[in-house]
Design a protein around this ligand. Structure first.
Ligand code: ATP
Ligand code: MG
Length: 470
């Protein structure tokens, strides 16, 4: 790691000079101070990664210097230097947040190891912050694609509830983005710097879910060789995401309800209750109201979970979002595969827009991932799409129509189609207009134009003509 800046505070000149020599020989930048006042002046203006300080300074008592530095920067990385026999004050300084202490007289190796460890710790903290920042950006609500009004409504709710601890129930078909939304709720809430824990209640057996959620004490059951903290405790201060909550057994539903009501848990095999501060977000693709009728889901738990309820719309009901999602996934997967895919052909996009997407956004995402892999041009074409999507019949081929060799009259075809639609709709114009995608008025006009009438009934204009003939 690149050496950084160190501030050394010691009132003994020889000590300061030896330390500066040792540290500079290892390419660290070193600044020196002999009093608390001088040190604080430097600390306020300079940027130091690590501060090494003696606790015996002429102008402060004991750990006074430590307190002052932490007042200026609560995250400062401090190493205490202390004489043999005064370990107590070093321990006190550690309680305040100092990283480490070394005893005088200083040994070169001991000093360098302590400094190296401090820098390693700083880089871990920085890396941790960077990763957290990345997560917060990734799951920021702005990164969930959804311009469709139904999605905009969802985002409105998320913004409103971000600072409450109310339980949320997210309902929606598979692949609609329930987990993504749960993370967005967490990372847009005041709990964003605390853990987000998730468990899929459909993927693991009941007994395992129980120990995962509540933890256990040593010897609680065969195989419990040590104490284990459950997810409720691990998520303390943060959010617990219960995916597929509709698959939870009735026994665990009861236990979950008690936990939500009492806000405390007891580890399996334990005798003490532990208070927990956890926001619960649950998701399911089942209709819980129907599960309640079938006695598969507890009604009281349903009301506990459903304080705020969010319905994720299926992709087919918000197909206007498909183009943006497609471009989003093309970008992600061409970056991942190092390909220079520029976009998608119009025909391929049309196929994607016409498809019904039973697997919703997840299916769209994997279709684009596959297409990017297969694509040999710089634009995704129909041939790159999965067969179930590109073999989708267009409305015309769906009718089994083929052009005869000697051609066809479009007028005739229109007449025939309208006649069929009227027959199929029991000659109710409104119904037939719907079948043909026309307005009532347009169909009425075309019925007149083609002189189409219910067999056995005269069309108005023909009735006139007939009466003229008479
Ligand atoms: N609106 C969206 N914008 C961008 N990506 C999305 C969106 N919705 C879903 N995704 C992506 O689609 C995939 C599926 O989403 P997610 O896992 O959240 O769905 P789910 O509803 O939990 O599905 P399941 O019920 O199958 O568990 C994820 O990779 C997610 O990032
Ligand atoms: Mg999910």
């Amino acid at each position: 790691m690149k050496p950084g800046n160190i501030l050394v505070i010691d009132d003994e000149r020889s000590q300061r000079e030896i330390m500066a020599l040792i540290l500079r020989s290892e390419k660290y930048e070193v600044d020196l101070a002999s009093t608390a006042k001088e040190a604080i002046g430097k600390f306020q203006t300079g940027e130091y990664d690590v501060v090494l300080t003696d606790l015996k300074l002429p102008d402060t008592e004991g750990i006074g210097i430590v307190q002052k530095i932490f007042q200026l920067n609560p995250l400062a990385s401090l190493i205490i230097m202390t004489a043999h026999g005064s370990i107590d004050s070093a321990v006190e300084a550690m309680k305040l947040g100092a990283l480490d202490y070394i005893t005088k007289p200083l040994e070169r190796e001991e000093l360098l190891i302590a400094v190296k460890r401090a820098f390693e710790k700083i880089s871990l903290v920085k890396e941790n912050n960077r990763l957290r920042q990345q997560l917060q950006e990734k799951f920021h609500i702005n990164n969930i694609i959804g311009n469709h009004p139904r999605m905009q409504e969802v985002f409105e709710v998320v913004k409103k509830i971000s600072n409450s601890t109310a339980t949320v129930l997210i309902n929606g078909e598979s692949g609609t983005g329930k987990e993504l939304l749960a993370r967005a709720i967490h990372f847009n809430s005041a709990r964003k710097n605390k853990p987000f824990q998730a468990i899929n209640c459909a993927a693991i057996p009941d007994t395992l879910i129980e120990s995962e959620l509540f933890g256990y004490e040593k010897g609680a059951f065969t195989g419990a060789i040590g104490r284990r903290i459950g997810l409720f405790e691990a998520a303390d201060g943060g959010t617990l995401f219960l995916d597929e909550v509709g698959d939870l057994s009735l026994h665990l539903q009861g236990k979950l309800l008690r936990t939500l009501q009492e806000r405390q848990i007891r580890r399996i095999g334990g005798s003490e209750e532990t208070a927990i501060d956890v926001r619960v977000i649950a998701a399911t693709n089942k209709r819980l109201d129907q599960e309640i009728k079938k006695d598969q889901f507890r009604e009281d738990l349903y009301y506990r979970l459903n304080v705020i309820s969010i319905q994720m719309p299926p992709l087919r009901e918000r197909s206007t979002d498909i183009p943006e999602l497609v471009h989003h996934f093309i970008q992600i997967y061409s970056q991942k595969t190092n390909k220079q895919i520029q976009g998608i052909s119009r025909e391929a996009m049309r196929k994607l827009l016409e498809y019904s997407w039973p697997g919703n956004v997840r299916q769209l995402e994997s279709s684009i991932e596959r297409a990017v892999l297969l694509c040999e041009q710089d634009v995704i074409g129909i041939a790159d799409l999965p067969p179930e999507i590109c073999r989708l019949p267009s409305p015309m081929t769906g009718l089994g129509l083929e052009l005869p060799a000697d051609g066809i009259s479009l007028e005739e075809l229109e007449r025939e189609l309208i006649f069929k639609a009227m027959e199929q709709s029991d000659w109710i114009i409104m119904k037939a207009a719907k079948l043909l995608g026309l307005t009532y008025k347009t169909l009425q006009y075309r019925l007149e134009k083609h002189g189409i009438k219910k067999p056995g009934v005269l069309a108005a204009n023909e009735a006139d003509k007939t009466s003229e003939k008479v």
